[in-house]
Design a protein around this ligand. Structure first.
Ligand code: FES
Length: 195
């Protein structure tokens, strides 16, 4: 669970957090033509906002609501339903340990305990230097390589406790072959037709 309860009755400017940049707004608008309604672009909009800001701030959620023409409460409902969206600041790297059965049988509890010890934090907490947050999640869709974890969006399979120091020390531990933001970009029509 990566969300926290928000008292919306009294929100200060600071609590609203950062808003969307022009580039992020443009990116969100670029999704509209792919869907029958603007509302349907809510999930990618939240992803793009979170990628840019680091989390889904209240201000960003309000601005997404305006862009999509939906009530802010609807954006917040979706953002707080899915555990991958954070409504408060998180660490530069979020480590997500799989807590489902196959990984647990293969030792994910040991991996999680070792991470808690090395980072000095519990689940849903962030290290004081802001580098790491820790959480657990249901099946990461690589059960045949259990136990698994994610560093941001990058998946690590067959993880052993002995691997953790290397993963934590690697500055590129979250680098994907395909930048995450590109995952939202449909291939040009010409490429799409060739596939
Ligand atoms: S149970 Fe962990 S990846 Fe499926």
């Amino acid at each position: 669970m990566s969300w926290q309860a928000i008292d919306r009755t009294a929100v200060s400017e600071e609590q609203l957090g950062p808003g969307l940049s022009d580039a992020v707004r443009e990116k969100i608008r670029s999704f509209f033509s792919r869907y029958p309604t603007k509302q349907a672009a809510l999930l990618p909009a939240l992803h793009v906002a979170q990628d840019a800001i680091g989390y889904c701030s209240l201000r960003a959620m309000r601005e997404i609501a305006e862009l999509l023409g939906v009530p802010p409460s609807q954006v917040m409902d979706v953002a707080t339903f899915y555990t991958m969206f954070w409504t408060h600041p998180r660490g530069e790297k979020v480590i997500t340990v799989c807590r489902s059965l196959t990984c647990e049988l293969m030792g994910s509890n040991r991996v999680l305990a070792a991470l808690k010890e090395r980072l000095g934090i519990g689940e849903h907490e962030t290290t004081p230097d802001g580098k790491f947050s820790l959480q657990t999640e249901e099946c990461l869709a690589a059960c045949d390589h259990a136990p698994c974890l994610l560093v941001n969006e990058k998946k690590y399979k067959c993880v052993k406790v002995e691997d953790l120091d290397r993963i934590l020390a690697d500055p590129d531990s979250d680098k994907l072959d395909i930048p995450r933001s590109d995952l939202y970009d449909a291939p040009p029509e010409s490429e799409a037709r060739q596939e």
